[in-house]
Design a protein around this ligand. Structure first.
Ligand code: NAD
Length: 363
């Protein structure tokens, strides 16, 4: 038991409230249970449009500040994603600090579910990097505020095919804007990362007549797209490849000053979250280079649309139809970016922010 006199020695001297105020967060919950081995943070960014929905990431962070930074950044991104997708949802996210390969137990996720439940539906969780539908089943033993459940439990199962479909819609909208036709026939498209989303995107682009180039750090994932006969390239060769479209589907922050200087493509449209290392600098840099950037939080929203559909009684056809709408919204963003001579990421953020401020004003 820590005595009161000790508390000032253990609380780090940070300006946490100014950070939360700058980023606009409503609430941050630190959850710990020594017995269950649980250290988690739930961040609720904005609930103007509805309950904050966002997945739970399990990751071995280098330190607790990194975990806090990640959950604050990701939850803010969810606010934008939900708003621009027209969903009645706010933005939230959770992180569990731990190794998803070694530290998972049923008890850990059940205990985490109790913390989610204590928020009475203000935060709804789902799977994310390092967590699975099976983990969400354990969470669901303690709370009903969970999505991303398997299909046999009324859930939507793996959201990746829906995410890939939305990315494909965003890519086609970018092709229409840049080349005058939304067909990818004959277009050279590089896809970085052949994981859950990347594999589905390889299929969709190939079926549309595109010439696909793929890279991955794991041979077994490259093997899974073999039947589409893509050209395999080295992971470091992907940035200066002579292609029309680059689709980042692996890591965030690949759009940095070094890589943007190498890019020969005219469109960037992919699934990865937080592709721009710095939203202001790199959004501007892409625009200056004449590269059309389809904002990540807009075109990768298919997964969120899919889990949102679970709340209303899951129907995959409806989720796919709603995801198809990403095509039109992406075109609107390009129009607005052109009209105001601003980077597409800024146009997308303005649209998302406007929906939230309109909702606040109409209360
Ligand atoms: P995943 O983990 O299944 O796939 C990622 C793939 O990238 C893996 O095959 C991995 O080997 C590969 N990879 C990692 N580092 C690489 C590198 N340096 N070069 C090339 N390949 C590399 O993840 P996913 O579910 O397919 O998601 C892909 C991205 O899209 C992630 O950034 C994720 O956050 C984002 N996203 C996913 C969804 C979804 O529904 N799954 C929704 C929204 C956003």
């Amino acid at each position: 038991m820590i005595e009161v006199k000790d508390i000032k020695e253990v609380v780090p001297q940070t300006n946490l409230f100014s950070v939360l105020s700058n980023l606009g967060h409503e609430q941050v919950v630190f959850c710990q249970d020594k017995e269950a081995g649980l250290k988690a943070i739930i961040a609720i960014h904005n609930t103007t449009l509805g309950p904050a929905l966002g997945g739970t990431r399990m990751w071995m962070y280098n330190n607790e500040s990194d975990a806090l930074n990640d959950v604050l950044r990701l939850s803010r991104g969810m606010t934008y994603k939900a708003s621009i997708s027209g969903l009645n949802l706010g933005g939230g996210k959770a992180v569990i600090i731990g190794d998803s390969k070694k530290d998972k137990t049923d008890k850990l996720f059940q205990r985490f579910g109790e913390f989610v439940n204590s928020l009475s539906g203000k935060y709804i969780t789902a799977e994310d990097v390092g967590t699975s539908t099976n983990d969400m089943v354990n969470v669901s033993k303690s709370t009903k505020h969970v999505t991303g459940l398997p299909e046999n439990q009324g859930g939507g199962g793996d959201p990746s095919p829906v995410t890939a479909y939305g990315v494909f819609m965003g890519m086609k909208a970018a092709a229409k804007e840049m080349y005058g036709s939304d067909s990818l026939s004959g277009r050279k498209v590089s896809i970085q990362g052949c994981g859950h989303v990347g594999q589905n995107l390889v299929r969709l682009v190939t079926e549309d007549g595109g010439n696909v180039f793929v890279t991955d750090i794991h041979q077994e994932n490259l093997d899974k797209v073999k039947m589409y006969n893509p050209t395999i390239v080295d992971k470091d060769a992907v940035y200066d490849l002579d292609v029309d479209i680059y689709a980042p589907c692996a890591l965030g922050a690949t759009l940095n000053s070094v890589n943007i200087a190498k890019l020969k493509c005219s469109i960037v449209a992919g699934a990865a979250n937080n592709q721009l290392e710095d939203e202001v600098i790199h959004g501007q840099l892409l625009m200056q280079k004449g590269i059309l950037y389809a904002p990540d939080f807009l075109i990768n929203a298919g997964g969120l649309i899919n889990v949102y559909s679970e709340i209303q009684g899951y129907n995959r056809d409806k989720a796919m139809q709603a995801t198809q709408h990403i095509f039109n919204v992406t075109l609107d963003i390009f129009k607005n970016s052109k009209a105001n001579n601003i980077p597409t990421v800024d146009a997308a953020k303005h649209m998302a922010e406007k929906r939230i401020s309109d909702a606040k004003a109409s209360r």
